[in-house]
Design a binder for this molecule. Sequence first.
Ligand SMILES: Nc1ncnc2c1ncn2[C@@H]1O[C@H](COP(=O)(O)OP(=O)(O)O)[C@@H](O)[C@H]1O
Ligand SMILES: [Mg+2]
Length: 244
Amino acid sequence: MSLFSAHSLYKSFGGIGAVQGVSLSVEPGEMLALIGPNGAGKSTCFAMLGGQIEPDMGEVRLNGVALHGGPVSFAHAGIGRSFQISKTFASMSVGENVQTALLAAQRQLWRLRSAADAQVKAEAICLLDRVGLAALADHDAATLAYGDTKRLELAITLAATPRVLLLDEPTAGMAQRERRAAMELVASLAQDGIAVIFTEHDMQAVFSFAHRILVMDRGILMAEGTPAEIAANPMVQNVYLGTV
Ligand SMILES: Nc1ncnc2c1ncn2[C@@H]1O[C@H](COP(=O)(O)OP(=O)(O)O)[C@@H](O)[C@H]1O
Ligand SMILES: [Mg+2]
């Protein structure tokens, strides 16, 4: 049984099949890339994997158990998805952001703990250290450079101790050098045992970091394999790589 899997997911928008029968699975420590041309259905797939969109048909399972109930339930089950920090969060310090995320993740202790709690602070520093931001803990989140904001978003996601991480274009908007560092960070999280599923336009990032690649085209999975297999697949070259 796989850690995390999707079984025959379907989703249409106004009669147009954005995702038509996608199945996939991922194991702890694995980095799975989902690639394909614009409009292939990658983001729609992600939204179903994260519970934001309910599939028309099919289901998502964690350890063989079907997940239901939307993104909050999925998050509590252990599905992490990076989100953009809101304006409110941008007005707090980097450390306070992570402390707030930790308190939210440990809801049962909400009334007994506060952000001033020394242990919460220590846990936050630990997470910031994990993403390379410990030195900026006291800075306003709003002043962070773009790449560091992404790292903070990742630390906030990690506060909920996810077993699966869904990253839709984690390096979008980054400069080449930042991209490599960001992917190295994600790879180190996988090495710690998190299962990572990511979409990415940067083929260098995909082929350097994915253990396995799924290729989508017009809502359908049209190829699956190791980076070497996908690079050598003439159908992929034709249908996908030929279109970018
Ligand atoms: N909320 C939506 N409403 C209507 N159509 C949508 C919506 N989201 C996605 N689509 C359509 O579904 C298809 C797949 O989109 P998407 O999942 O965003 O692809 P990708 O992420 O691979 O670019 C596209 O044709 C897109 O226009
Ligand atoms: Mg997309």
